[in-house]
Every structure is written in structure tokens, then in C-alpha cells.
Ligand binder design. Structure first.
Ligand code: MLT
Length: 302
């Protein structure tokens, strides 16, 4: 009987198919396979019994890939399984950066019990006026599962979408998406776009790719969205860009001490993939991959 360990909770629905042949063990040292969401695995000792790690999510930066390669441990992830959840939150992020819903809702909560709140709101609402995203230019950097979905959704909201990916041919990505009109280099995106969203994996080559030099090429009042990994962005440079009035908002789904509470920054506590549907999809895919490997020796992401 194969034994598996869950390092941090992943949706139970995926685990149902494990029930008869697999035993859940509390100790990693007894496991043939590990299912993990975002818990950091870099400091863990892996037993010789460990054959596979499945990350219920896209990013594998919480897994020591070199150590796994040395020990012959196969690492899976679940590309695309949570892409819709992330896409929906990116669109919400663009809207929150454009409409001051957060300011308005916070103001209402200060008026609890005020019988004149409706009248007062009519007088106060101009303080929370915003702008629309229709007709604005969106640059999507990284045209994988999430980037393409964001591009499509933005097109349907009437945005003009530009895309760039250093690895995927823009034409190939465009074939997956409909109605996208333009393709550009990263520099062209920096120069042209009102909103810039990043959807690339964190690697040495992409670390701090949004830095002072990139920001200096951007338009005044640009909105930057980061639902990929915080280290892709030089956040000190972004906070300076906000202070200089160059950046209107930075929307980021990874809280840390640099950005939490900073002016002009909307920080979300890593909720991109935190939907019932995304969690189920990731868990089901991760379990399927591990089963297929342990039982049939197949190594493939679904
Ligand atoms: C991902 O890499 O897909 C996300 O970080 C998933 C998650 O929220 O665990």
C-alpha cells in the first residue's frame, strides 16, 4: 500500500480517489509521495522512500528542485488547474485599482448607525469616483494558462490587450485566445500600457524583472498587477514609483513587510487560487499525477 503525506491542507475532494490503495501518514519520513500546496520544503530532509512530490498549484518555488533531482524524486505541478480563479481575481484587481470601492466601503463602515448615512453618502461619493477599464490598454507579460485567460477576459471587457512572453510564441498564445489585437515586446508593453499584469514563473531570469529601469519606461499613472510572485517585482522601486506619482496603484497577491499598508498598494493575502473550484481542480490533478506515476510509472503533468 502506498503511503502519502499532505504537508499542508489541500482540498479533500482530490484525496477521495486515494482511499483504498493509499494510506495517509502524518510523518513525511514514512511517505512514498507528498502532496503540498504552498508550504516551503527547502529545509526538509527527504527519506529514501519518497518518490514523488505533487504541488497543488502552478509555482514550484517552494520545492527544492535540485535536491529532488539528485534524489530521483519526481516533482509535479498542476498547470492551469487554478487559472480561472487567478484570472477572476486579476480582473477584480484591475477594477479595485480603477474604482475606489475599498475607500468607499471603509467610509461606510465608519458611519455605522448613522440615520443620515444615505444623504451623507450622496455628498461624499465624489471622493470615491473612479475611471473605467474599457478602452484602456492592458499588457500581459507571460502567456501561459493564466495570462491567456486574463487576456481573453480583458478583451471581452473592451480593453485593448498587448501580450509578451519570452518563451511562448505570441502567435501560438493568440491562437488560444480570441480577439486580442496586438503583440508587443516587454519594452513596448512598458511604454504603451495603462495596466501591466505579470504571469511568468519565478526564476533567476525573471527575478525583479519589474525594476527601476522597467518602471522608468512606463506611462504616467500606470497600474501594475502581480498575481505571480512578489520577487518578480522590485517592490522598493514600485513604492518609490507610487510616491513619485508615476505608478497609480500596485496590486499584489503576496503580502510582505515591504508592501503591507504602503500607500498606493493594494495587498491581497495570496487569494488568487483560493476558490472552491480551483482548490478541487488542483487537488484532483495532483492526485491523478501521483497515482499515474506510482502505479504506472508515467511522468506527465496532466
Ligand atoms: C500557484 O502557484 O498556483 C498558487 O500559488 C497556488 C496557491 O495559492 O497555492
Amino acid at each position: 500500500m502506498f503511503k502519502y503525506n499532505c504537508l499542508n491542507p489541500i482540498a479533500n475532494i482530490g484525496l477521495e480517489s486515494f482511499t483504498e490503495e493509499y494510506q495517509k501518514v502524518e510523518n513525511l519520513q514514512d511517505a512514498d509521495a507528498v502532496l503540498v500546496r504552498s508550504a516551503a520544503m527547502h529545509d526538509l530532509d527527504f527519506p529514501n522512500s519518497l518518490h514523488a512530490i505533487a504541488r497543488a498549484g502552478a509555482g514550484v518555488n517552494n520545492i527544492p528542485l535540485e535536491k529532488c533531482a539528485e534524489k530521483g524524486i519526481v516533482v509535479f505541478n498542476t498547470p492551469g488547474a487554478n487559472a480561472n480563479g487567478v484570472k477572476e481575481l486579476v480582473i477584480a484587481g484591475m477594477l479595485l485599482a480603477s474604482r475606489d470601492v475599498i475607500g468607499g466601503v471603509n467610509w461606510v463602515s465608519t458611519q455605522k448607525g448613522n440615520p443620515d448615512i444615505a444623504k451623507l453618502a450622496e455628498k461624499t461619493k465624489n471622493n470615491f469616483a473612479g475611471s473605467e477599464i474599457r478602452g484602456k490598454k492592458l499588457g500581459v507579460i507571460g502567456l501561459g494558462a493564466i495570462g491567456v485567460l486574463v487576456a481573453n477576459a480583458a478583451t471581452h471587457l473592451g480593453m485593448e490587450v498587448y501580450g509578451y512572453d519570452p518563451y511562448v510564441s505570441v502567435d501560438a498564445a493568440w491562437n488560444l485566445s480570441r480577439g486580442i489585437k496586438h503583440s508587443k515586446t516587454a519594452e513596448e508593453i512598458y511604454k504603451e500600457c495603462d495596466f501591466i499584469t505579470i504571469h511568468v514563473p519565478l526564476m533567476d531570469a525573471t527575478k525583479k524583472m519589474i525594476n527601476e529601469a522597467a518602471i522608468s519606461m512606463m506611462k504616467e499613472s500606470v497600474v501594475i498587477l502581480n498575481f505571480a510572485r512578489d520577487l518578480l517585482v522590485d517592490e522598493e522601486a514600485v513604492i518609490q514609483g507610487v510616491a513619485d506619482g508615476k505608478i497609480k496603484k500596485y496590486v499584489v497577491d503576496f503580502p510582505n513587510p515591504t508592501t503591507a499598508g504602503a500607500d498606493g498598494v493594494i495587498v491581497i493575502p495570496h487569494l488568487g487560487a483560493s476558490t472552491e473550484e480551483s482548490e478541487d481542480n488542483c487537488a484532483i490533478m495532483a492526485v491523478k499525477e501521483v497515482r499515474d506515476y506510482l502505479e504506472n510509472g508515467n511522468i506527465k503533468n496532466s
